[in-house]
Design a binder for this molecule. Structure first.
Ligand code: PMP
Length: 359
């Protein structure tokens, strides 16, 4: 068996150790005589799986006790609707910073439910930077202020958070949750699809301050009201049982390696290897403003379109897969989430050096 280095933006690589544990527990989880996939979500054994996953996540993210952790479905995309449906309230106004495709989608969805104020956008330069924001343009009547902490497609990230005062800060952290230490208290709500840094696709984690629960209007569908799952420990209906189990294994893995601070250290070191090479290369370049570079998604282009294509083709043959950039931007993108080992990045850089020499 040969495993490739998978640079996919998500679903993406999982730690080998986690996959091995899942494999060893596939037919018989904890002497229950069943696979986790076959268990009732109402069984004691499953309650322990979901309960432990939450407990470990609370521990590694240092989530305060006045926040609920929810395991939901519908992807981060569902949160583009669920956030406004729950938080916009009577005044129906919200602030958004638009730093990429997903931030744009989130703001467009919110605009169906109320008035959206775009505080800043970097669309003028193909989202290659994080725009400056001017506090005087914040809407004091906004019910929340939404950002996308890391922009998966364009390879940028916020390095500081807007100071929004009494206005609740909401963040889509789909592509950088658990990759760097964040102060949960600064946010009223954090959401993230699991398929990048947390586990397998099918579950979306929402971390929400308790006072924000129960604000949905009477016509909001039951599953889109945060209160429904908050009151039922995410077991109002059948959750994505196996994906939550996988998240639990990944949380354990992070904890064992030294927690999120250790992940951050490793991620910074991994990204530096790639960016240092890109900055020296005569063939490849990274199109992002250096101070706003993502540590998770490293985008790059070769000097011609032919070279981009040749590179992607040869990379696949050499065991480096999913390096093609998002269809909207082209070029290449190496997603190097927590589970990508340093050796994978080193091997990629070596491959890029050889490619550059040969071409
Ligand atoms: N937000 C960000 C930052 C993302 O990267 C993605 C998916 N790549 C999404 C939202 C959409 O997530 P989903 O596919 O889980 O709906």
């Amino acid at each position: 068996m040969k495993r490739v280095y998978n640079f996919s933006a998500g679903p993406s690589m999982l730690p080998t150790e986690v996959l091995e544990t899942a494999a060893s527990q596939m037919l018989d989880y904890g002497s229950s005589g069943q696979s986790v996939m076959e268990m009732s979500h109402r069984s004691k054994v499953y309650e322990t799986i979901i309960g432990d996953a939450e407990k470990t996540l609370r521990e590694i993210m240092d989530i305060p006790s006045n926040y609920k952790v929810l395991f939901l479905q519908g992807g981060a995309t569902m949160q583009f609707s669920q956030v406004p449906l729950n938080l916009m309230g009577e005044s129906g106004e919200a602030d958004y910073i638009v730093t990429g495709e997903f931030a744009k989608r989130a703001s467009k969805e919110a605009a169906k439910f109320g008035k959206v104020n775009i505080v800043a956008s970097s669309e003028d330069k193909t989202f290659s930077y994080i725009p400056k924001w001017d506090k005087s343009t914040f809407n004091p009547k906004a019910k929340y202020f939404h950002i996308t902490s890391n922009n998966t497609i364009f390879g940028t990230r916020f390095t500081k958070w807007p100071e929004t005062g009494d206005v609740t800060l909401v963040a889509d952290m789909s592509s950088d949750i658990l990759s760097r230490v964040i102060d949960v208290k600064k946010f009223g709500l954090i959401y993230a699809g699991a398929q990048k840094n947390m586990g397998s696709a099918g579950v979306t984690v929402v971390i929400i301050r308790e006072d924000l629960i129960g604000r949905a209007g009477a016509n909001v569908p039951v599953l889109l009201d945060y209160k429904t799952q908050a009151d039922n420990d995410s077991l109002y209906n059948t959750p994505s049982t196996y994906s939550i189990y996988m998240c639990g294994l990944v949380f354990d893995w992070i904890k064992k390696l030294g927690g999120v601070a250790e992940m951050e250290k490793r991620n910074n070191a991994k990204a530096k290897i790639l960016y240092d090479f890109l900055d020296k290369s005569k063939m490849f370049k990274n199109p992002v403003v250096p101070k706003d570079r993502s540590m998770m998604n490293v985008t790059f282009v070769a000097s011609t379109e032919e070279l981009n294509e040749k590179f992607i083709k040869e990379a696949v043959a050499a065991g480096f897969v999913n390096l093609k950039g998002h269809r909207s931007v082209g070029g290449m993108r190496a997603s190097i989430y927590n589970a990508m080992p340093r050796e994978g990045v080193e091997a990629l850089v070596k491959f890029m050096q050889d490619f550059e020499k040969a071409n």
